[in-house]
Design a protein around this ligand. Structure first.
Ligand code: SF4
Ligand code: SF4
Length: 368
């Protein structure tokens, strides 16, 4: 049996104190889920940590927070435990350990590496193409061949999907999720929770995003990022339908669906990533774990660069700068796919599973 980490032991110590105190019972989904348990396995603690959305409310309310000898700091401890769970369930396992400690460096090197590889590929083919203006149907594919673009996209995205699915399966099993029949009601509740990010609303008044004061800025910024990301995905899907089913080849007009989805998605992603990074910089450092900061800034930086280069590509697509911008943008996108299963992005997947499990547990508790 694997030895428990110091973070798991510390989370258990704090949860046992909280379970005796229960002052924060109405603060979030974590405390009612905690109260259903008398003792805490590693799987229980991992589930509770991923159910926590880091609102910091319990830290600011706690009479046992530092400098008290009990040193209760649930948001920071759970942030570290979440990070450990991302590494523990990563697939293939060794890659989880790499990204656990070097988020910033690995993400940036991966992005630069893929961008460089693309630029070299194009330059070796015909350097003139990279620097000359390309116009009309198929302009992008004269710079980077269609087959190369599709192959790299399918390989990197396909790998990310497989790695995420394996990680989700491992996480589901480790946190007590069994087989069982599919129940639509808890699944629907979890989907709505994710879609509106209910927990980041703090019951209406918001969370302690910066200090003891309440604010909903993290919720709005998270939603800008998530819906911006989904719009960019919609841009890729509509572009693919245009290409393969309607034979409408890119570049498309500014008012076309793929470009509009991509434009507004990029704008929202830039607002979301820049805003969340700003919140992380100016927030009260007390309930924050510095250990996880590198990886969080790395993925925000990578997403910001993807959105910014996508918008720049739109701006310069009829000029000689298009080739270089296209290679950099695609390099960043493919690098993002590669680091996706080993970055903070997995928190969306594991939190979704935690919300589903929580919805199931609530129904079971009522039924008993
Ligand atoms: S965080 Fe503090 S106040 Fe809240 S339940 Fe735990 S021990 Fe009690
Ligand atoms: S930080 Fe917020 S979400 Fe996390 S346990 Fe405390 S009150 Fe709940």
């Amino acid at each position: 049996m694997a030895t428990e980490s110091a973070t798991v032991a510390e989370a258990r110590r704090q949860m046992e104190i909280c379970n005796a105190c229960r002052y924060c019972e109405g603060y979030c989904a974590v405390f009612p889920a905690m109260a259903m348990r008398r003792s805490f396995t590693e799987g229980d603690l991992t589930h509770l940590a991923n159910l926590c959305h880091g609102c910091k409310g319990c830290y600011h309310a706690c009479q046992y927070a530092p400098p008290h000898a009990f040193g209760i700091n649930i948001p920071a401890t759970f942030a570290e435990l979440r990070n450990e769970s991302y590494a523990a369930h990563a697939w293939p396992a060794p890659l989880g350990a790499v990204f656990e400690r070097n988020g910033t460096i690995v993400s940036l090197f991966a992005a630069l590496g893929v961008a460089l590889a693309l630029i070299l590929t194009v330059a070796l083919q015909d350097p003139a193409v990279l620097w000359s203006a390309q116009r009309g149907v198929g302009a992008f594919f004269r710079v980077i061949p269609h087959w190369l673009m599709i192959s790299l996209g399918l390989l990197t995205f396909g790998f990310a999907i497989v790695a995420l699915a394996m990680g989700a399966r491992s996480y589901w099993r480790a946190t007590g999720g069994g087989g069982g029949a599919f129940a639509p009601a808890p699944a629907a509740e979890a989907v709505v929770d994710i879609a509106i990010m209910r927990n980041l609303g703090g019951g209406g008044h918001g969370c302690n995003d910066l200090d003891e004061g309440f604010s909903t800025r993290r919720r709005w910024l998270h939603q800008a990022l998530m819906y911006g990301f989904l719009l960019c995905f919609a841009a890729t899907c509509t572009g693919t339908i245009y290409h393969y089913f309607l034979s409408w080849k890119s570049p498309h007009a500014f008012l076309s669906l793929p470009v509009q989805f991509g434009f507004w998605g990029g704008v929202l992603m830039m607002i979301g990533t820049a805003g969340l990074a700003h919140v992380k910089i100016i927030t009260d450092p007390g309930p924050v774990s510095r250990k996880v900061m590198g990886g969080e800034f790395a993925i925000l930086g990578l997403l910001f660069l993807i959105a910014a280069t996508g918008l720049l590509l739109l701006a310069v697509r009829h000029t000689g700068a298009m080739g270089l911008m296209l290679a950099i943008h695609l390099g960043l996108v493919f690098a993002f796919f590669l680091v996706l299963p080993y970055s903070k992005m997995v928190h969306g997947l594991y939190r979704g599973i935690a919300l589903l499990r929580n919805a199931q547990e609530k129904r079971r508790a009522v039924a008993v």
